[in-house]
Write a protein that binds this ligand. Structure first.
Ligand code: PMP
Ligand code: GLN
Length: 380
């Protein structure tokens, strides 16, 4: 077996959800909402199946969805994308990440990764033969610094895998950090593979800034999105990549032998959904922000040290003030003894020794959040 996979542990999401199922714990670990998602979008998927959208769609994605992605990003982020040459549909953001990393990175190339990082990035960089160079972001602010970037970038830097809003930190990089990143990428002629799946789940009046809009990055960035996060339909695995034509051509080559295409009925439904009125997207943000506030206040009233959530479905606590030094042991105890599953954030670090942060998913019904808090009360 390829040692890159043979030596990998099972992903922390599967482990924690498995433990939650076995023990009947409340699952605030893996990030998925318990909301069923917008009914009209689900109905559009069902109708498309009945109306014959069932054969292989075009490898690049249906023309309707590619146009809808371009129109959506023009409306929300002011981007000017040609749907015919700059947009491709993938089977989830995960496939887009795989296609981008495998398509762009050659053996020996250096790839800058920011930890905490989503768990798919590092195995994919290794699979491509890339050499990871880590930038460790420290809680509670998870900011970029010039010194850290200067240490990670080199003449061999080919690409950067960037995630904003940042899972699991639930933070959003401020403009000055984005400008710093753009400056390093220009200087080192690096391509930014930008995972923006959380672009719509941002709170307190924030607006997402795509890397494609940063100075000098329009021609050297890959923007990755996911319908799973936009519509609370995480199992659908419909993603999209946007990039200048010369980059998208490379990604299309790797895509054709990863999945080739994506379920046509889901593409039809997502194309419909992306055109929904502004009020839908604003309402979604408002609902998630309300859940965030309810859960954050609950955690604080129990005495937990909460790191504020600026976006995503997540909020983190710092367990160091509780005298805890091992987030994995803390989470095992939480699920086995107290019946609440959470995610130890050290799972997102390869080098940095951050072991004091624990992530909860608040995209749940009030009753579930309240029941979770009641059980957490026994853990402090
Ligand atoms: N990137 C990040 C940062 C994520 O949080 C997730 C899933 N939540 C993904 C990628 C995977 O997205 P998808 O399910 O569309 O493959
Ligand atoms: N992205 C989700 C999370 O961060 C889970 C994705 C997965 O299960 N692979 O919780």
């Amino acid at each position: 077996m390829n040692p890159i996979f043979a030596n990998l542990p099972t992903t922390v999401f599967e482990v924690m959800s498995g433990l939650a199922r076995e023990t009947g714990a409340i699952n605030l670990g893996q990030g998925f909402p318990d909301d069923p998602g917008p009914e009209d979008v689900r109905r559009a998927a069902a109708e498309a199946v009945l109306n014959g959208y069932n054969q292989y769609p075009s490898m690049m994605g249906t023309p309707e969805l590619r146009s809808a992605v371009a129109a959506h990003y023009r409306r929300w982020q002011g981007l000017d994308l040609d749907p015919n040459t700059e947009v491709m549909v993938t089977s989830g953001a995960t496939e887009a990440l795989a296609g981008a990393i495998l398509g762009i990175v050659e053996p020996g190339d250096e790839v800058v990764l920011f930890e905490p990082m989503y768990d798919a990035y590092l195995p994919l960089v290794r699979l491509a033969g890339g050499v990871p160079r880590f930038v460790t972001l420290e809680p509670p602010h998870f900011r970029l610094t010039e010194e850290a970037l200067a240490r990670a970038f080199s003449p061999r830097t080919k690409a950067v895998v960037f995630n904003n809003p940042l899972n699991p930190a639930a933070t959003i990089f401020p403009d000055e950090d984005l400008a710093l990143l753009a400056e390093f990428c220009r200087r080192h002629d690096a391509i930014v593979i930008s995972d923006e799946v959380w672009e719509h789940v941002v709170f307190d009046g924030r607006r997402h800034r795509p890397v494609l809009a940063l100075d000098g990055l329009r021609e050297r960035a890959v923007k990755i999105g996911s319908a799973g996060k936009i519509f609370s339909l995480t199992g659908w695995k419909v993603g999209f990549v946007c990039a200048a034509p010369h980059i998208l051509k490379v990604l299309a080559k790797s895509h054709q032998f990863l999945t080739f295409t994506t379920a046509p009925n889901l593409q039809a439904a997502v194309a419909y959904g992306l055109g929904k009125e502004d009020a839908y997207f604003e309402g979604m943000r408002r609902d998630f922000a309300r859940s965030r506030d309810r859960f954050t206040e609950g955690l604080r009233s129990l005495g937990f040290d909460v790191i504020p959530s600026q976006g995503t479905y997540f909020v983190n606590i710092d367990i160091a003030p509780l005298g805890e030094t091992d987030d994995v042991a803390f989470c095992r105890r939480l699920v086995l003894e107290h019946g609440v599953a959470a995610i130890p954030v050290s799972a997102f670090y390869a080098e940095g020794a951050v072991r004091n942060v624990v992530r909860f998913c608040f995209a749940k019904k009030d009753a579930t959040l309240d029941a979770g808090l009641e059980r957490l009360a026994r853990a402090v």
